[in-house]
Each structure stands twice: as C-alpha cells, then as structure tokens.
Design a binder for this molecule. Structure first.
Ligand code: ADP
Length: 290
C-alpha cells in the first residue's frame, strides 16, 4: 500500500500551480496517470522515485516512511526500490544486453537471475548484442528486463511505449501486463493512449493542473454513464460516410478496422480522429464520444 499526501509547487508557463496528491494506492494496482501535458504526471513519478522532493507531506510505502517533511525523512532513490522506465531506454551503449542486466544487479550473488529474466522477457537471443543494434521494441524490452533485476516494489513507467510503432506497442503492452501479474508489482504508468489505459490499468487518476480530478476504473473515468453492454472497445474514427438514411463509421480498434452503422443523431458530435467507446448491446452497437 502506498500512502501519498504531498504538495509540490510546479513552475509552469502559466505561473505557479500546486501539485496536490492525497491518495492511497493498493499493492498490485496498475494505475495510470492521465491528463494534459504540464499537469504534473512526470513530477509525481519523480517524487515517488525520490528524484524530486515535495514541499511538504508524507509518502509511506508498506508502512515504511519514504518521505515525511515534519520528521525530515527523505529516503534517497537507491533506498526506495522502484524501477523507472522512460520513453528513451537509457541503456549503457558500450555494454551488451547481458552486461546491462548484470550491471543493474544489486546483489552479485543473484547472477542466476540474469538468465531467468532474459528468458522471461524472451531476449536470450539478444544477450550478446550492443543496444545500438536493437530495434526500439527490443531496447524497451531490455530496459524493462533491467528494471526487474532489482526486484522493484513499484514500477514507474513514464510513457515507455510512446516512441514505438503500433504493432510493437501492442506487443509490449501485453508484456507489461504479464510482468505486472507475474511479479505482482504495483505499477504506475503515464500514458496518453486511452486504449492503452483500458488494456493495462485497473485505476486511473485524471490529473489537471496538478489536481486529481477523477479517480476510478477506466470505465468510470472515461465513460459518462455505465452501459451494460456485451462488449466495449476503444477506437478512433477513421471515416464517416453517409449511406442512404444511415451513416457508416469506420473505427480503428487494436489495429483492426470495424464498420459500424449509426444514425444522424449519433454522429452529430463526432469527427474523424475522435476517440470513442464502441459498445454493443446484443445487435445494437452504441457510439459514445469520450
Ligand atoms: P506532465 O508530466 O503532466 O507533462 P510535468 O510533471 O513534466 O508534467 O511538469 C509539470 C509542470 O511542472 C511543467 O510546467 C514543468 O515546467 C514544471 N516542473 C517540472 N519539474 C519541476 C520542478 N522540479 N519544480 C517545479 N516545477 C517543475
């Protein structure tokens, strides 16, 4: 359990705003921080990692005090046991994949772990290669593998997949989900991709100007009403064409294009590029702008 109650002033282009977070995050949660850029998401991850210091407040993780301004406690990053993965992979370029992993080991007696993680992440075949020869997806897989070498309590993921192409992104999302379940690591992700949020997380904080305005499941946060549909998928509108009295809406979901019929009322507010929730109640798909 992470107990967070902090305030940190942010110096933004529009003046000073306070990043204010007073929340509990359960062990094993996959939480996404979602919100406009500049709202404080990365700063919150950096505060948890110990790379930024709040002005005041408290951070307690599994009853261990990581930060307490009143008691002047502030654990340094290396004592916090978090894994941090960024968009740029930050691998050591002069070291092979295996060396990159070995280097991250805190306890050199655990050298067996290198092979274990190489196998779990399916990168054994890359172990002797230098990072420059790897694709973006492979590099990010190695970066994740390296993070796991220290048995982190918490995985902090700052848009780790946003530089990857869609296919690789979907694959790595599956892997992140697998890692999360297998190691039962509390994971906190910054993402702008709604389908990614739905796929990976069980909880979302929607942040605006330093404040958490919504806290709930992806469904609660992104759909205005609860629909009892048979299925719900997130998609993006590719085209809207009139066909007699109906409209045909082409929606991209998970790399597939789905054609849905809609009536004029439904498409009134929709335009190409909008993200939407596609939900089907038996034979009547419902389109909802999100
Ligand atoms: P996001 O990840 O939501 O895009 P950031 O956390 O990166 O937002 O940044 C939020 C705002 O806080 C930005 O305007 C940034 O300039 C400012 N900021 C970033 N780091 C600090 C800091 N250490 N102290 C004060 N303000 C900061």
């Amino acid at each position: 359990m992470i107990e967070l109650d902090i305030i940190k002033p942010l110096y933004t282009a529009d003046g000073i705003i306070d990043l204010k977070v007073n929340k509990q995050i359960n062990r094993g949660d996959f939480l996404t921080l979602f919100g406009k850029s500049g709202s404080g998401k990365t700063t919150l991850l950096r505060i948890l990692a110990g790379l930024e210091t709040p002005k005041s407040g408290k951070i307690v993780v599994d009853k261990e005090i990581w930060f307490d301004s009143s008691k002047k406690i502030n654990l340094p990053p290396q004592k916090r046991n978090v894994g941090f993965v960024f968009q740029d992979y930050a691998l050591f370029p002069n070291m092979s994949v295996r060396r990159n992993l070995e280097f991250a080991l805190k306890n050199k007696n655990e050298i067996k772990k290198v092979d274990e993680i190489l196998e779990i992440m399916e990168i054994e075949n890359l172990s002797n290669m230098k990072p420059e020869l790897l694709s973006g997806g492979q590099k990010q897989r190695v970066a994740l593998a390296r993070t796991l070498m220290t048995n982190p309590k918490m995985l902090l993921l700052d848009e780790p997949l946003s530089a990857l192409d869609t296919t690789m992104r979907l694959k790595l999302q599956d892997e992140l989900s697998l890692i999360h379940q297998k190691f039962n690591i509390t994971s906190i992700l910054v993402s702008h991709d709604i389908s990614e949020v739905f796929k990976l997380s069980n909880r979302v904080f929607k942040i605006n100007l330093g404040e958490i305005q919504q806290d709930g499941t992806p469904n609660e946060v992104f759909s205005n009403q609860n629909i009892s549909g048979k299925f719900k998928i997130i998609g993006e509108i590719l085209s809207i064409k009139k066909s007699d009295i109906l409209y045909i809406v082409e929606v991209l979901t998970n790399n597939e294009i789905v054609k849905v019929t809609a009536v004029e009322d439904e498409i009134k507010e929709l335009k190409i590029g909008d993200k939407l929730l596609l939900s089907s109640k038996a034979f009547n798909p419902i389109l909802m702008k999100i």
